[in-house]
Design a protein around this ligand. Structure first.
Ligand code: PMP
Length: 255
């Protein structure tokens, strides 16, 4: 029995490709390495890199898409929380072509019921699955999670809140996944666009000009509507539009 199946004893990465080129592959491999170390999974990351590139080369020659790649601890003879130290890690991956969605993004605000190590990119995402599907039943297609009133992240992406000429994002800690897209944005644009890592209270949402999400598959994605907010988010906010253009340009040219 694979421990991926019985315990979600596995970690994963999603690596985006633009025009056939991997975006920030080194950062994704570093994070995969950190996830493996965090759960004490002994894996050879150079094999992971080779497998990811091989998958991409078969399908993503000049196109946009992404690789899903997962490493699990391996297969044991009988279900046991304690794992044997000689298990051989299993890898699994697939390729998907990017499909741009222009869906109206309507977010529900929900308490973050996940575990205390959301910084590990674990495949154990049942809380996200429960919260997002409940939100979907209620007519939403996204969630914004919070702990005690402070925003953590969205269902499968990091969050940024634009207010006047500043852009806020919750700081890195064990309650959020340190997204690679978030990191690229902060590293390259925080000075020119005044992006600040600060605790973000839910109140900030009611005053925001723009709320947007970041992930390897979504890039920068604007939220159009938030539960119980009857004000309208201003998608034509000048600095935000400039940032999105600059970032998309960066993704196409920097790798
Ligand atoms: N937070 C969560 C919970 C996620 O699942 C993801 C995407 N896997 C992200 C943030 C964004 O990370 P990245 O920019 O590396 O895709």
């Amino acid at each position: 029995m694979s421990r991926a199946y019985t315990f979600a004893d596995a970690v994963y990465e999603v690596v985006p490709y633009i025009n056939g080129k991997a975006i920030a592959l080194d950062l994704h491999l570093n994070r995969l390495c950190r996830s493996c170390e965090a759960i004490k999974l002994n894996a050879d990351i150079s094999i992971a890199e080779k497998e990811i590139q091989e998958l991409a080369h078969q399908v993503l020659m000049n196109t946009n898409g992404y690789i899903y790649y997962q490493l699990s601890r391996g297969t044991d003879a009988i279900r046991n929380h304690l794992y044997a130290n000689d298990l051989a890690p299993e890898s699994f991956g697939y390729v998907t072509l990017t499909r741009k969605s222009n869906n109206h993004q309507k977010a529900k605000i929900v308490p973050d019921i996940r575990w205390g190590r959301c910084d590990i990119k674990s495949t154990a995402l049942l809380a996200n699955v429960m919260l997002m599907n409940q939100a979907s039943l209620e007519g939403f297609n996204e969630i914004i999670m919070h702990r005690d009133g402070y925003i953590t992240e969205a269902g499968s992406s990091n969050i940024f809140i634009v207010k006047d000429n500043k852009i806020f994002t919750p700081p890195k800690n064990s309650h959020i996944l340190a997204g690679i897209t978030r990191e690229l944005l902060l590293k390259n644009f925080s000075q020119s666009f005044n992006i600040l890592e600060e605790p973000c209270h839910l109140n900030l949402l009611t005053e925001a000009d723009v709320v947007f999400l970041t992930s390897s598959t979504k890039g920068i994605l604007v939220i159009n509507e938030i539960q119980n907010n009857d004000y309208s988010l201003n998608q034509n906010h000048g600095p935000f539009i400039e940032l999105r253009e600059a970032f998309n340009n960066f993704l196409e040219t920097a790798f």
